[in-house]
Design a protein around this ligand. Structure first.
Ligand code: AMP
Length: 501
């Protein structure tokens, strides 16, 4: 597998694999530690190929666990600390994990549960054990399973096979770097979001150094800028939201990151405003926009944004489909629409994954096999149109949104709200600032009067929600209503509710 081969190759050099808050991990050390973790998994569970859940954030030892799982033929299931323990435990249960690593002692359940101390003991004990490449995950074996917001109120698992990621490498690898030189790539995206694959797989396999930017740094702009300056970063990978967080500062320019060759963006709308700011402040750096859902392995388009695109009154394009990828834009009957017309974007590609984990019903709805191209297909739920070779994104056809780069199903929040004590019904609305969702607002119907002020009630509900939902999914504003406006179908009339915002 290209990723693990890359690590083996660079383990013979003195290259640095990871810089994490001043701590350095060499490729040689990473190779040895991941072999040790793989040897332990194989000793303990043999070749059963059950996924390994890893709960943590950007701890240095997350990487040996990720690569160790792959070296033992297992998929890794990264769960970020933004996910509350209850939801994390649910994920471990769903994938029937036998081994789990929990850097935060959240009470996860697995046959073998390692906290940070136990993990260190295991790595020490198995140090020096090499694992044959025969054991590595390959072909249609799952490489990772990521959990995204699901409309039922439970997260849904998206497994991606090794061969899917190999296709991403073939089609997109050159956009990351072609030089083979030792360069630094940003490691900011949580491992539980698919955009991290660009750094963790494509960056690593070319011997690049991951420079970690963790949650704490993101929350403290002073620390963040200090780290960006120290990083010596050549390749920036993030959602547009993260770059937008940096742009208000005057310091955010080429003198902060003089080696920066390119920004690679993925995951949400790239605005003209951001492109203009980057063109002005980083004249030597390219801006590459990419688009894709987790279900089709991170991204399936890429385009360098040109001065003409930036000047065009059309929105910034999501790019051209990568070499082997085919797009089809269809109307409600599934008929292809002419150029320039909007419809649902279908992706046909070797990057389209096997479906949803343990959910054949959901898989059948969104995934299909396309006889004409011999490729697997995925119905994105995204509205788009084509203009020449370029594709343009026009929003969602359902209630999924992006909030600060995070994918959220509105129904996920609603279904968890009605589980909160004394709430009988709930409706959640995205609050927009221009093209982007800025926050969520919820309206709730109480089962019985609670005598609380709206503020007190809102604090109580938010506390309850934080137990079950990642913090970014908790609505900023929660208002109790006496009744919901209904439309003629008897459904909540969201347009009327919007007027109450
Ligand atoms: P995720 O699975 O978290 O990567 O989310 C996938 C969804 O994010 C897509 O279906 C789109 O709705 C949205 N998305 C991803 N990339 C872009 C982009 N470059 N521009 C606009 N929306 C995007």
């Amino acid at each position: 597998m290209f990723l693990l081969e890359g690590i083996k190759k660079y383990a013979k050099t003195d290259r640095t694999a990871l810089i994490n808050r001043g701590e350095r991990l060499s490729f040689a050390e990473l190779d040895a530690l991941s072999d040790a973790f793989a040897a332990w998994l194989l000793d303990r569970f043999g070749d059963d190929r059950t996924p390994v859940v890893i709960y943590g954030h950007k701890e240095t030892l997350m990487l040996p666990c990720i690569y160790g799982a792959l070296k033992s033929g297992r998929a890794y299931v990264p769960v970020d600390t933004t996910v509350p323990p209850d939801r994390a435990r649910q994920i471990a249960e769903d994938v029937r994990a036998k081994a789990a690593v929990d850097f935060y002692d959240t009470g996860m359940v697995a046959d073998e549960l390692l906290n940070a101390d136990k993990l260190r003991e295991v790595l020490e004990k198995y140090r020096g054990r090499e694992v044959s490449s025969e054991n590595w995950a390959k072909g249609s074996d799952f490489a990772y399973i990521l959990f995204t917001s699901g409309s039922t109120g439970k997260p849904k698992g998206v497994p991606i096979a090794v061969e899917n990621v190999e296709n991403l490498e073939r089609e997109f690898g050159r956009f990351v770097d072609e030089s083979g030189e030792e360069k630094v790539i940003l490691n900011q995206i949580s491992y539980s979001f698919d955009v991290s694959v660009v750094s963790v797989w494509l960056g690593m396999s070319r011997g690049m150094t991951l420079y970690t930017i963790d949650h704490e740094m993101v929350e403290n702009l002073g620390e963040l800028f200090e780290n960006l300056e120290k990083s010596g970063v050549s390749v920036w990978v993030s959602t547009p939201s993260f770059a937008e967080m940096c742009t208000p500062s005057e310091k955010f320019d080429a003198s902060l990151m003089p080696k920066l060759e390119k920004f690679i963006f993925c995951g949400e709308v790239l605005t003209h405003k951001l492109v203009d700011r980057l063109f002005e402040s980083f004249p030597q750096s390219k801006v590459i926009n990419t688009y894709g859902p987790t279900e089709a392995t991170v991204l399936v388009t890429a385009s360098e944004i040109t001065a003409e695109m930036a000047a065009d009154e059309l929105q910034i394009p999501i790019g051209e489909p990568l070499g082997e990828v085919r797009f089809r834009i269809v109307d409600e009957e599934g008929k292809e629409v002419p150029e320039g017309e909007q419809g649902e974007l279908l992706i046909l590609s070797k990057s389209v994954g096997p479906g949803y984990f343990g959910r054949p019903d959901l898989t059948a709805k969104s995934f299909f096999f396309d006889d004409a191209t011999g490729r697997r297909g995925y119905r994105t739920g995204d509205a788009a149109f084509r203009h020449g070779n370029l594709y343009y994104y026009c929003g969602r056809l359902d209630n999924q949104i992006k909030l600060n780069g995070f994918r959220v199903e509105i129904e996920d929040v609603e279904n968890n709200l009605v589980k909160v004590e004394n709430i009988s019904r709930a409706a959640v609305l995205p609050v927009y600032d221009g093209e982007k969702v800025q926050s969520l607002a919820a309206f709730v119907l109480l089962e019985k009067p609670d005598g609380l002020t709206n503020l007190k009630r809102s604090i109580k509900i938010k506390e309850a929600l934080r137990e079950v939902l990642p913090s970014y999914m908790v609505p900023r504003k929660i208002t109790a209503v006496e009744s919901f406006p209904l439309n003629t179908n008897g459904k909540v009339d969201r347009k009327k509710l919007k007027e109450l915002l």
